[in-house]
Design a protein around this ligand. Structure first.
Ligand code: AGP
Length: 615
């Protein structure tokens, strides 16, 4: 996710762009840049790696940037590591188009080949540059003007994009095109503004135009004209924004955590679609993660090392990978692994899971595995982070910047990454047939909508949290994959609401800990695994007979559980390997609403940090 701003008016474009970017840094902060057209019509581009401050310093040291129209960008790297030469804005090969982009050009390699055949060469590692060059290619080839060139490029591009483009021979205009990635236009008092999100322009105008998918906009000072991809004019009414500036950064949500829970559907979709290819016969392509079929066939076993929620993803994947691919998997706390002189197979795959890619213990575990000559794979969210750079190969989760300390959307994307690895490993090693392969891929692609359906009923969880905000010593129990989810549910509750809770393998509870169950103790059971449902239910009933208040999370097809427990949260049915992507949502919501009910800062819980870069 990146941030885009644009401006045309009478004032200093540089000031408006920097101010706008400062309100969009939550969307990404690997690098930033602006392109401003001066009074002679010359476009000056200034870019800098790192936070926006680095760009401001560079602008100041270069004597400032004058001009009344321009575009700006703050980057969350997806293709090409964070650097100045990968920073936006990018200028086309022939210098006629300068632009910024938010999104992913999925077929950028194919487009690069096409452009290379037509004499283009490239100045960055980004997919963005390819999109901008493609516009120039059509501009030069057909001489139909910006709208025509942009529309032709949109037809050719696969992926998601919000593009803001300046053309060397159109000094009074900025063009915008959109598919999936958000971008808005604001106009006020003879000036026009472009932004990825409302916060960047709210101080200038509260009346904004939302650009729809496959639409194009031409912005001049104080006015905007909209077209569809066929070049036909579109009438649009402005929307009046009522949010205050601060809440707008959260997209109207009260906290980043709840906003990011609501982004889970999209990030799971993006992460899955970064490797699921094919129009008719779907298949998984792990080549971008550097994993070949020949390599998969020779893996003797898998070790997963991680911390916190990422560790819980590993526990979940142990069940999924072993069941589907029949490869032995062990999961280690990275902090333990690094010190216990582990014995590794030369043919094993070492996977480290990390949102930040900077967790000290996880990085140390990775280095230990590399020291033993083992092949390593990082499942990482931050492009160019230490773990991403040091692992032999990387599977990037496309969750975008995760601001809340308690991970939710990155966790969801990590699970999705693990599912596709498990399915592809199973297919290549022949432990599932073609029909099962196709079925599992198809089942995976139902996750985003099923997450959305759970969120549509989130008020039930909010009500329950209000009732139970004084709970203490809560137990989460489950078997198999449900145990892995109990671990994550318990952590969310602890880290956001400060209510003590424990996660237990359901059958294990009776080996001592059940002595803690007393009248009113809240026990939350997760029961999504068909072969284990009755057994976990028995464990819940054992707790009930000792006074516990029971909440169950179960599939809609098992609504019958309502007869045995005090509260049921039903989730859509899905293949039992993937239930974790769904039952985690009510537990994330429960932790969040409990924290809110108890009056805590749910985005920055006490004692925590977003990335634990110390031992
Ligand atoms: C999760 O909500 C916590 N913030 C924490 O457990 C986190 O998952 C852990 O510190 C690992 O972080 P990483 O994924 O960035 O390595």
């Amino acid at each position: 996710m990146c941030g885009i701003v644009g401006y045309i008016g009478e004032g200093s474009a540089c000031d408006v762009l920097i101010d706008g970017l400062s309100r969009l840094e939550y969307r990404g902060y690997d690098s930033a840049g602006i392109a401003v057209r001066n009074s002679d019509g010359v476009i000056k581009v200034v870019r800098a790696k790192g936070r926006l401050k680095a760009l401001e310093d560079k602008i100041a040291s270069s004597g400032g940037v004058e001009g009344t129209s321009g575009i700006g960008h703050t980057r969350w790297a997806t293709h090409g590591e964070p650097s100045e030469y990968n920073a936006h804005p990018h200028t086309s090969y022939g210098g006629t188009v300068t632009g910024v982009h938010n999104g992913i050009i999925e077929n950028y390699l194919e487009l690069r080949e096409k452009l290379t055949r037509h004499g283009f060469s490239f100045r960055s590692d980004t997919d963005t540059e390819t999109a901008i060059d493609l516009v120039e290619y059509y501009l030069m080839k057909y001489r139909g003007g910006p709208a025509d060139a942009i529309a032709k490029a949109m037809v050719r591009i696969r992926g998601s994009y919000a593009l803001a483009l300046m053309f060397s021979d159109e000094p009074d205009r900025i063009w915008v095109a959109r598919k999936d990635s958000p971008i808005i236009i604001g106009t006020a008092d003879g000036e026009s503004y472009i932004a990825s999100d409302v916060p960047a322009i709210l101080k200038y105008t509260r009346d904004v135009y939302y650009i729809g998918n496959l639409e194009i906009a031409c912005i001049e000072a104080g006015k905007a004209v909209f077209y569809n991809i066929d070049g036909e004019l579109i009438e649009k009414e402005p929307v009046h924004i009522t949010w205050d500036a601060d809440s707008a950064e959260k997209g109207g949500f009260e906290h980043f955590m709840i906003k990011e829970i609501h982004e889970e559907s999209r990030v799971v979709n993006d992460t899955l679609n970064s490797v699921i290819k094919g129009e008719n016969g779907k298949y998984i392509d792990l080549s971008a993660a550097g994993i070949s079929d020949s390599y998969i066939k020779n893996i003797s076993r898998i070790t997963i090392a991680a911390c916190g929620s990422a560790y819980h993803v590993g526990i979940n994947l142990q069940y999924v990978m072993e069941d589907l691919a029949r490869i032995p998997v062990r999961v280690e706390f990275a902090s333990e692994f690094r010190y216990r002189k582990p014995v590794l197979d030369s043919d094993e795959l070492f996977i480290v899971i990390s949102q930040s890619g900077e967790t000290a213990d996880s990085l140390a575990a990775l280095r230990e595995a590399k020291k033993q000559g083992v092949n390593t794979l990082g499942i990482v969210n931050v492009v160019g982070s230490s773990i991403a750079r040091e692992a032999d190969s990387v599977f990037y989760t496309l969750a975008g910047p995760e601001i809340a300390v308690a991970t939710t959307k990155a966790y969801a994307a990590q699970l999705a990454a693990g599912y596709v690895l498990s399915i592809q490993f199973a297919k290549v090693r022949g432990t599932i047939n073609e029909d099962e392969y196709v079925r599992l891929i198809s089942e995976l692609q139902t996750i985003p909508e099923k997450i959305q359906s759970i969120l549509r009923n989130k008020d039930r969880i909010q009500y329950f949290a209000a009732k139970y905000s004084n709970a203490h010593d809560v137990f989460f129990i489950g078997r198999g994959i449900d145990y892995a989810m109990a671990l994550e549910g318990s952590l969310k509750m602890k880290e956001v609401s400060y209510i003590h809770s424990e996660a237990y393998a359901a059958a294990e509870l009776k080996h001592g800990t059940i002595s803690l169950i007393e009248d009113g103790t809240l026990v939350i059971g997760i029961l999504t695994q068909p072969g284990l449902f009755e057994k976990t239910l028995s464990n819940l009933v054992e707790c009930k007979s000792r006074g516990a208040f029971l909440m169950a999370i179960a599939p809609e097809s098992r609504e019958d559980i309502s007869a045995y427990v005090d509260l049921v949260e039903l989730i859509p049915d899905i293949d039992s390997h993937f239930t974790g992507s769904l039952d985690v949502v009510p537990m994330q919501l429960l932790g969040y609403y409990l924290g809110v009910a108890r009056g805590f800062d749910v985005d920055k819980p006490r004692n925590l940090a977003k990335s634990v870069t110390v031992e």
